[in-house]
Design a protein around this ligand. Structure first.
Ligand SMILES: Nc1ncnc2c1ncn2[C@@H]1O[C@H](COP(=O)(O)OP(=O)(O)OP(=O)(O)O)[C@@H](O)[C@H]1O
Length: 350
């Protein structure tokens, strides 16, 4: 098992700073996801680790090896891309055996390792087939087997589920997690899919404009974001701005929103209240409004509620659709502890 660290790594393409002064450590055996909007530097970071490109400044260390300028082929890294990148003219067996043949292992050792890898991704018995004779999910499992069969120091996954439909994505997602756990291999995945990032990772690195916006567990990133950007990037957010009333509320032109203590914070703040933490009821609650919009999403319904002060709130209600209809008055309440006061930016409006 191997850890990876970036110290003050920057990479520019002409005037564009794709990655800027990035420092972070991915611990041994950890599953880390790099998440961020398009152009935030995710792929650049992955290609720096893989050795596809080199940084302008800074160092990348894998275990105790400085790999900053080590050629890609000498890094011992397993890679899985969105497009399976299997060799179409080779059997599944030969595809998985390929990295072992490159390393000149004996035929017996190759057979035994490929069989183990096939078993791990539950494809035993399909080794004689060609890639086009497998489903997309199966092909991605072959790509996974090929990426780990030579016991790489780390596994890099670049949007590995993006080409699969929803059902297959969930299947391959569990496969990736099980394999990663079983092998205990340090894994770094790039995605722009929030659900994937939250469900698979031990830690999430949220990038914005080539810089780290926040590093934390999925729980921390979702429930305790450090910035408005982080809060808004993952899931839906109601931002509550106003003065912090010591009696326990954020008070402003948009209303009075009960919240718990905000530690040392005073003055103007910005609070985050997630739609699923709000309850809607005809009975008197904290703030009153009118339902303006109802969207049925299956497990939940999403309501757009216009408060009497004019501000809109997004509210998620489980099950019971049809409980509220457009134009109906409604009261909203929440557990005051559920308002998370953002530690930075002093409630500034972006
Ligand atoms: N080879 C290149 N030449 C010029 N600019 C590049 C090159 N590669 C990346 N960039 C620029 O660097 C920035 C970061 O790109 P990168 O591909 O790392 O982002 P990303 O987060 O992976 O985006 P996406 O989710 O769209 O793949 C972008 O502004 C991009 O246009």
């Amino acid at each position: 098992m191997t850890r990876v660290s970036f110290s003050q790594v920057s990479k520019s393409f002409g005037a564009v700073k794709a990655v800027s002064d990035l420092s972070l450590t991915v611990c041994s055996g950890e599953f880390t996801t790099i998440l961020g909007p398009s152009g935030s530097g995710k792929t650049t970071m992955l290609s720096l680790i893989a050795g596809i490109s080199q940084p302008n400044t800074g160092r990348i260390v894998l275990g105790d090896r400085d790999i900053t300028f080590v050629p890609a082929a000498k890094r011992n890294i397993g890679l899985v891309f969105q497009s399976y990148a299997l060799f179409p003219h080779m059997s599944i067996f030969d595809n998985i055996a390929f990295p072992l043949r490159v390393r000149s292992l004996s035929a017996a050792e190759i057979r035994s390792r490929v069989e183990d890898a096939l078993r791990m991704v539950r494809l035993s018995g399909l080794e004689a087939r060609r890639p086009h004779q497998l489903s997309g999910g199966q092909q991605q499992r072959v790509a996974l087997a090929r990426a780990v069969v030579f016991k790489p120091d780390i596994l890099l996954l670049d949007e590995p589920l993006a080409a699969l439909d929803r059902k297959l994505r969930e299947e391959v997602r569990s496969e990736i997690r099980a394999l990663q756990r079983a092998l205990g291999i340090t894994t770094i995945m790039v995605t722009h899919d929030q659900e994937e990032a939250l469900s698979l990772s031990d830690r999430v690195v949220l990038l914005s404009g080539g810089r780290v916006e926040q590093i934390g567990t999925p729980f921390e990133i979702y429930h305790q974001p450090r910035t408005r950007f982080a809060a808004g990037f993952l899931g839906l957010a109601n931002f509550i701005e106003g003065r912090l009333d010591p009696a326990g509320a954020i008070v402003g032109s948009e209303g009075r929103f009960p919240c718990a203590s905000a530690g040392e914070r005073t003055g103007v703040v910005c609070g985050l209240l997630r739609p699923e933490d709000i309850t809607a009821s005809p009975e008197k609650g904290f703030v009153r409004g009118t339902v303006r919009d109802v969207v049925f999403l299956g497990e939940i319904a999403r309501y757009g509620v216009e408060l009497d002060t004019g501000r809109m709130m997004t509210v998620h209600v489980g099950g019971a659709v049809g409980r509220f209809t457009e134009g109906q008055p409604v009261w909203l309440s929440w557990d005051p502890e559920r308002i998370w006061i953002l530690p930075h930016e002093g409630g500034a409006v972006h």
